[in-house]
Design a binder for this molecule. Structure first.
Ligand code: GLN
Length: 488
């Protein structure tokens, strides 16, 4: 049962070949067996899961099943869940139990999913290996004995889904946090168009970049999850007036004489990537050509400045967003001698080093002496990148690029903060532009670890992005079934 995709499980649930209760029990048993070692969940919710499953089974019995009825999922622990601790992987929110439900998690409830628990992440989603989590890093289930990173910040989700400890789940992508962890764990991770999924009730990192999205084992599954998550929300002022519906398998966008112009970014050609990534990228391009894709070289002149712009804008917004954690309203409080001292003691104890680093950078770039030279310049670069993508989409329909330079690194790799930041090179530009991008498994490297390629499209082309991703998935044909990944 663990190897079923969401699409397959829904068939079997509908035909009553399996029940939601069995499916959920099987996943909870597996969490019991592997959860502690993989460290992919911060909080497991077995009672809630079994209750959700029973409700789903009752709806199947009454023939009024919901679109994702009985599918066990993990929710990134950044989405507020009513009555269930929501930590953002921070000591600051270690014991925070929200009285409200985020729009995205509410939409999953409305679709009938079963909540297995809250998945691990980098503290406040700031990081790339999920190592900044107050609860310790999750492990990549691929070649588990090697203790590789499952990526970040949605690394708990990718660890859980790749190992069969959830059938799918949510992530958030501010600068690559869905796509990078998905790429190095052999999963499909979709950063939708900014505004397609509501941010309401999702702990804020950088509001103009934060994008909730789905993570799953197949493109069809990711499309099903996105259908549940997406849609306008009046509680989020940046929510788009758009929907996404894929309730059946995605149709091919290529083949049978269909034409599609696929762009390759010229500036990325000079970036150092592994030979495996080069080879696999070339192979998938050749495959797409063979079914009618026309490959065109396009230019995004400022794309290599995206990192610099991102690491000004994201910390600036974070420093403002995280000002709310002052020990007064919610979360940790360490009493000091007076109000200011309480603020200081609370924030010193509640935040980890990376979060503090971001707030210091953010406060600096927003200060009156630095605003024009740093923040305004970064905002200009952001505008230029968005404009360049718009121009590029006059020459091509969709764009392809690597999701990362290479495969998963060991968790104990000793990287400096700047070296971590540099890993986001291939992902941050799409957040700055607000455009959809999906990382899809593209092949196995010579070390037998997965590599991913991104499909990128113009605003609201999410469906076409996923359709092209599905072709790549089919050509790559990697075996990412949990029992294979876990060597069972
Ligand atoms: N690695 C990036 C950062 O640390 C992206 C994080 C994210 O997308 N949440 O900011």
């Amino acid at each position: 049962m663990i190897n079923l995709t969401i699409t397959q499980a829904l068939e079997k649930l509908k035909s009553r070949e399996i029940s939601a209760t069995e499916l959920t029990r099987t996943h909870l048993d597996r969490i019991e067996k592997y959860g502690a070692d993989l460290n992919c969940y911060i909080t497991v919710t077995p009672e809630r899961a079994m209750a959700d499953a029973a409700a789903a089974d009752a709806r199947y019995a009454a023939n009024n099943a919901l679109p994702l009825d009985g599918i066990p999922i993990g929710m990134k622990d950044l989405f507020a869940t009513r009555g269930i601790r929501t930590t953002a992987a921070s000591r600051m929110l270690e014991n925070f139990i929200p009285e409200y439900e985020s729009t995205v998690s509410q939409k999953f409830i409305n679709s009938g999913t079963v909540l297995l628990g809250k998945t691990n992440l980098d503290e406040f989603a700031m990081g790339t290996f999920s190592k900044t989590s107050y609860f310790g890093a999750p492990i990549n289930p691929w070649q588990r004995e090697k203790r590789l990173t499952a990526g970040g910040s949605s690394g708990g989700a990718t660890s859980a889904i790749a190992s069969g400890l959830a059938m799918g789940g949510t992530g958030t992508d501010t600068g690559g946090s869905i796509r990078f962890p998905s790429a190095i764990t052999g999963l499909v991770g979709m950063k939708p168009t900014y505004g397609l999924c509501s941010r309401w009730g999702c702990v804020a990192f950088a509001s103009s970049l934060d994008t909730p999205g789905p993570i799953a084992r197949t493109v069809d599954d990711a499309a099903l999850l996105l259908s549940a998550m997406a849609g306008h929300d009046e509680k989020d002022s940046t929510s788009a007036n758009a929907e996404f519906h894929a309730h059946t398998a995605l149709s091919p966008i290529l083949g049978d004489g269909k034409k599609l112009r696929v762009g390759i970014i010229r500036e990325f050609a000079d970036v150092e990537i592994s030979d495996d990534m080069k080879n696999i990228f070339a192979k998938r391009i050749a495959d797409l050509k063979s079914i009618g894709a026309e490959i065109v070289e396009i230019s995004i002149p400022n794309i290599l400045d995206a990192l610099a712009a991102y690491y000004i804008i994201a910390p600036a917004e974070a420093s403002s967003n995280l000002a709310r954690y002052d020990g007064m309203k919610y979360g940790l409080r360490i009493d000091g001698s007076d109000l200011i001292d309480t603020y200081k003691k609370t924030r010193a104890a509640g935040f980890g080093d990376e979060v503090k680093r971001r707030m210091i950078i953010g406060t600096a770039v927003l200060s009156s002496e630095s605003y024009d030279v740093y923040f305004m310049q970064a905002a200009r670069v952001r505008r230029m990148i968005a404009d360049s993508f718009n121009r590029a989409f006059e020459q091509c329909d969709l764009i392809l690029c690597p999701s990362s330079a290479g495969t998963a690194l060991p968790l104990d790799s000793d990287l400096s903060p700047l070296e971590y930041y540099a890993l986001d090179l291939f992902t941050v530009a799409m957040n700055l532009a607000g455009i959809p991008a999906c990382s899809v498994p593209a092949g196995l490297a010579s070390n037998n670890l997965p590599l991913g390629i991104q499909v990128v499209g113009p605003m609201f082309s999410d469906m076409r992005v996923l359709q092209l991703a599905k072709h790549i998935e089919q050509f790559a044909g990697i075996d990412n079934r949990p029992t294979t990944v876990m060597g069972e």
